[in-house]
Write a protein that binds this ligand. Structure first.
Ligand SMILES: *Cc1c(COP(=O)(O)O)cnc(C)c1O
Length: 485
């Protein structure tokens, strides 16, 4: 196996090596007008390399980046799908990227129109017509919506409603957002079908209920088929239902949350709508709510009057959630995506996301244990069989072995309701051939695992960094390169 050389920018430095040489005249020109106190006496401590070595350094660095543009990335719940490159080109255009957020409204009408129309389209897709595009990520959207809920409750004088029900399969951000916005979390159990347990929910509902936060499809990749009844129960108890819509690509264009009783939800534009993510780049988590909650949304909102777009503060607004208008260039990509797909295309996205997940599930289910083994939505959860566990192989070993096979591992050890979970989301943008090849690899690893193959404990062996001490990596992360360490 070929291993690319390790990058040692500082260690490979040789005094006096240069990519190019400046002349005394260059330096005079570059420093003209600077006060002498601003000039260095000693050169900066930078590595000294020839141009070819420098080029190789950065090219190799770029090759260590694993992303959807390199290989299959079936990370459950995260929707690592292909984001059309043409949208990157459009978002990078000077007309968008060169705008200043403090520009007069009448000089930024195109940008305001784009946001106005995107909000309208997201409202149409979700069946929740009042939309804010401000939140910078999914979790920020959760926080925004919960603050809206709180403002709504406070306006009605219902200060005692401070409990939010959260199913035990929820994404970790859900309980965190509840706590941050001053609510307390009540965990609702899953039933033996992997769905929200109605009896358990009924037990917790009462005069102190602010609402329910539910992910649908849930994090087991299952559609909560009692959702209409669940919403009715919460509404009858006087609360609102929030849907975590990070998994929207499974139902987009097929079902509208507003139609099945949801009051508020967020979307992850950086999962569903064409912005690459991972590694902490800019995201966007718009919140869509019912007409009733519109006046509580963050300020400003964009309104259209006689063909002109203006900014307006909603009557009971919770205020600003972010500077200016959110991550605008993410909104540009989402606008392109929604407009290019249209209603039919949006539906095809969802159908193919579900088809791909089920295809993969059926290919591997004889070799893996799939605890809720029925038609799933956009993802499914598997776990090692008893034979694999008896051979001493854990989910972590399997994930690391997949790295050696060229795949980003699926999400592991989540959701918590499945012991040793592996959660795979193939997304709609992968071809049948890619899914077949991945399934073959998963089956090969299942066979190695059942045989207790030692390779699995050692993997990954083909990477510049091999098996790390996971606990130490979390407790003692070293994120900066220090020369000489
Ligand atoms: C990704 C995700 C979130 C959080 O979104 P961020 O943009 O990472 O804050 C919340 N819920 C679910 C189900 C998710 O998959």
């Amino acid at each position: 196996m070929y291993l690319p050389p390790v990058n040692l920018l500082f260690e490979d430095s040789r005094p006096g090596r240069r990519c190019f040489r400046t002349t005394g005249a260059d330096r005079t020109a570059a420093t003209a007008g600077l006060p002498s106190s601003a000039l260095r006496d000693t050169p900066p401590a930078l590595p000294e390399l020839g141009e070819l070595d420098l080029l190789r350094h950065f090219t190799r660095l770029s090759q260590k980046n694993f992303g959807i543009s390199v290989n299959f990335y079936p990370l459950g719940s995260c929707t690592m799908k292909y984001n059309p490159v043409v949208h990157e080109a459009i978002a990078a255009r000077e007309e968008w990227s060169g705008l200043h957020p403090l520009q007069d409204e009448d000089t930024a009408q195109g940008a305001l129109a784009l946001m106005h129309d995107l909000a309208r389209d997201l409202g149409e897709l979700t069946g929740l017509p009042a939309v804010t595009l401000h939140p910078a990520a999914g979790a920020h959207g959760e926080l925004t919506a919960l603050m809206v809920l709180r403002a709504w409750l406070d306006q009605r004088g219902e200060h005692q409603r401070r409990k939010i029900m959260v199913p035990d399969s929820a994404h970790g951000t859900n309980p965190a957002s509840c706590t941050l916005s001053g609510f307390s979390v009540v965990t609702v159990k899953s039933d033996d079908r992997g769905l929200c347990d109605l009896e358990d929910l009924a037990k917790h509902l009462g005069d102190d209920t602010a609402g329910l936060m539910i992910t649908n499809p849930n994090t087991l990749g299952l559609f909560e088929d009692n959702i209409v009844e669940i919403c009715k129960m919460v509404h009858d108890a006087g609360g609102k239902v929030y849907m975590d819509g990070a998994n929207f690509n499974a139902i987009m264009g097929v079902a509208r949350p507003g139609d099945f009783g949801i009051d508020m939800m967020h979307l992850n534009l950086h999962k569903t709508m064409s912005t690459p993510h991972g590694g902490g780049g800019p995201g966007s988590g718009p919140v869509c709510v019912t007409e009733e909650l519109r006046t509580f949304l963050p300020a400003p909102q964009i309104v259209e009057e006689e063909g002109l777009y203006r900014l307006q503060t909603p009557e009971h607004s919770i205020g600003r959630m972010r500077a200016f208008h959110g991550n605008f260039l993410v909104l540009v990509r989402a606008y392109c995506y929604v407009r290019r797909l249209g209603a039919k295309g949006a539906r095809r996205v969802a159908e193919n996301a579900v088809l791909n997940a089920n295809y993969l599930r059926v290919l591997v289910d004889k070799y893996w244990r799939v605890p809720y083994n029925r038609v799933c939505m956009h993802e499914f959860v598997a776990r090692p069989t008893k034979a694999m566990r008896d051979a001493g192989i854990h989910t972590l070993d399997i994930a690391k072995r997949l790295i050696d096979c060229g795949y980003h591992p699926p999400t592991v050890y989540f959701p918590l309701v499945v012991h040793e979970a592996i959660m795979a989301e193939p997304t709609e943008t992968e071809s049948k051939e890619t899914l077949d090849a991945f399934a073959e690899t998963m089956i090969m690893i299942a066979e190695e695992a059942a045989a207790g193959d030692e390779k699995l404990h050692e993997a990954p062996v083909t990477m510049p960094v091999t098996r790390v001490d996971e606990a130490r990596a979390v407790r003692d992360p070293q994120l900066c390169y220090r020369c000489g360490d």
